[in-house]
Ligand binder design. Structure first.
Ligand SMILES: *[C@@H]1O[C@H](CO)[C@@H](O)[C@H](O)[C@H]1NC(C)=O
Ligand SMILES: *[C@@H]1O[C@H](CO)[C@@H](O)[C@H](O)[C@H]1NC(C)=O
Ligand SMILES: *[C@@H]1O[C@H](CO)[C@@H](O)[C@H](O)[C@H]1NC(C)=O
Ligand SMILES: *[C@@H]1O[C@H](CO)[C@@H](O)[C@H](O)[C@H]1NC(C)=O
Ligand SMILES: *[C@@H]1O[C@H](CO)[C@@H](O)[C@H](O)[C@H]1NC(C)=O
Length: 473
């Protein structure tokens, strides 16, 4: 009896150690991410120009802003020490466009801004850590915003000049480039709902104009690298998409149709032009139909010329994705013609249920992207969890473990070429309006002038992961 129990326990333990430990494949990169406005501070130091976010927060007289943030402009060495100590394969940062080009244009170039990023890239290279760099993570030079930002087709030229300069300066150090971070949020929150800078509420048309200009700017920055730098530096360039997988609320054909529509409006809006060519047909048709009923002479969704379609198509070396949750959607009856809006065009309801936790949805998303868009590789550029301010962040560890486990399965069992995974974020930072939302694996004390950094449990856990490269599922 006793012996039998002992054997049962042994078998249980053996089963657990063989089934329960998941090896991180050798060619799978582990890293962490931040963004300039969220961590740097020093908003008007050493020749930096004003950004649209500086202007946006200051115009609201908000005491919570990015003026100091994590003070990473002064504390970058400590941040790199943390990146090293965590054993990361890569560190994803963004460049503040106005720190290098105060006006956004080549009219003046700020050497101190160049030095700041050059020092970071050199330090990372010395430590054998791959820098990954986002050119546009939302802090547009205020001057470019005043010229219309993403509503001005000339934005493409300004972005081209900036991108080319960045490649010229940093291509010897940087092999992974991201043109623009999260177009959905830029155009909906920034130009549609007015929640984020520049705070415009053009939900019926401005958001589509934003998308039209944004995709052309991305494509231009991709092609500049492709034509002028790739042969020499062998780097890779892509757009960072953001999408959370959704499941249909029921298996009714209506809800399944809602899921498909949601996928096209949220992800296909960007991924179709880049991978397949042109906007998704359902967007083209639905917006054209509703525009017509609204009495308009043309669709609120701008039409790409064939030349533009060909120019944008194929501008990727990988599929970079920020993804945080898995949700549900329901069918919504066709809204009446009235005030034009993105939501009415889409006609889908998101179901918000805090108890719905389906990390396996990310594996479905990997399969969906792999099958539909046939990218060369997928890179998870952000995933993470918002918590309160505490060092014992077990729910963050659980989420990273659950999601990563699904991602590894998608790679090893489904044969999808997933290149790596990046935690958002290296440290708590300014989450676009608030310091209350904590996403860091390292805590930052925003009440202290030193912005003291302290490792949370998740940082220790992640270090163990990069050291042993085994996931304890
Ligand atoms: C911000 O403060 C300035 C100066 O005190 C004031 O003129 C302005 O109306 C304020 N703006 C808001 C949005 O509160
Ligand atoms: C930016 O442009 C404005 C207006 O043209 C000019 O007054 C200002 O001096 C410029 N600033 C820099 C840093 O070039
Ligand atoms: C829909 O069908 C699938 C496959 O049969 C099943 O796994 C899933 O639980 C169903 N979803 C709902 C909401 O009923
Ligand atoms: C758009 O309108 C046409 C003509 O009325 C109709 O045939 C088509 O089904 C509509 N498309 C969508 C996606 O609603
Ligand atoms: C480190 O990870 C291994 C493998 O998942 C696990 O067995 C071990 O308990 C972890 N160590 C610590 C200190 O968390």
């Amino acid at each position: 009896m006793y012996l039998l129990q002992y054997f049962q326990l042994l078998i249980l333990l053996l089963a657990k150690s063989s089934l329960g430990d998941k090896k991180i494949p050798e060619n799978f990169l582990l890293g962490s991410a931040t963004a300039s406005y969220q961590i740097e501070g020093a908003w008007n130091e050493d020749g930096k120009g004003e950004s649209m976010w500086d202007w946006f927060m200051h115009s609201r007289n908000s005491t919570k802003n990015g003026d100091v943030a994590c003070d990473s402009y002064h504390k970058w060495k400590e941040d790199i020490e943390n990146v090293k100590a965590l054993g990361l394969d890569f560190y994803r940062i963004s460049i503040s466009w106005p720190r290098i080009l105060p006006n956004g244009t080549l009219s003046s170039i700020n050497q101190k801004g160049i030095d700041y990023y050059m020092n970071i890239f050199k330090a990372l290279k010395e430590a054998n850590i791959e820098p990954m760099v986002t050119l546009y993570h939302w802090d547009m030079p205020e001057h470019i915003h005043q010229l219309g930002g993403f509503l001005n087709p000339q934005f493409v030229d300004y972005f081209e000049d900036y991108a080319r300069l960045m490649y010229k300066l940093f291509a010897p150090y940087v092999k992974y480039w991201f043109t623009i971070n999260e177009p959905t949020l830029i155009c909906t929150y920034g130009y549609g709902y007015g929640i984020m800078a520049p705070g415009l509420t053009l939900i019926g048309d401005g958001i589509y104009q934003c998308g039209y200009v944004l995709l052309k700017a991305h494509a231009k920055a991709y092609r500049v690298y492709d034509e002028e730098f790739r042969a020499k530096y062998q780097g890779q360039v892509g757009l960072v998409f953001s999408f959370d997988w959704v499941e249909p609320y029921t298996n009714s054909t209506f809800d399944i149709e809602a899921q498909q529509r949601y996928l096209e409006f949220q992800l296909g809006w960007w991924a179709n032009p880049v991978f397949i060519g042109n906007w998704p047909q359902i967007m083209i048709e639905r917006i054209a139909n509703r525009s017509k009923l609204e009495g308009l002479a043309r669709s609120r969704l701008p039409e790409f010329s064939q030349q533009e379609i060909d120019y944008i198509k194929g501008t990727y070396d990988f599929f970079a994705l920020n993804t945080y949750n898995v949700g549900q959607v329901r069918f919504l009856d066709e809204p009446d013609i009235g005030t034009p809006s993105y939501l009415a065009d889409q006609s889908v309801t998101s179901v918000l249920d805090d108890n719905f936790y389906h990390p396996e949805g990310i594996r479905m998303l990997m399969n969906y992207i792999w099958t539909k868009y046939n990218p060369k590789g997928i890179l998870i550029t952000e995933n993470g969890k918002r918590t309160t301010d505490k060092l014992q962040d077990t729910e963050r560890i659980s989420l990273i473990r659950d999601y990563l486990s699904q991602i590894i399965d998608a790679k090893t069992e489904d044969g999808i070429n997933i290149l790596g995974y990046s935690v958002w974020s290296l440290m708590d930072n300014f989450e676009w309006g608030s310091y209350k939302d904590k996403y860091g694996i390292i805590r930052v004390d925003f009440d202290s002038p030193d912005r003291t950094r302290t490792w949370k449990d998740s940082a220790h856990w992640f270090k163990n992961l990069t050291t042993n490269r085994v996931l304890d599922v």
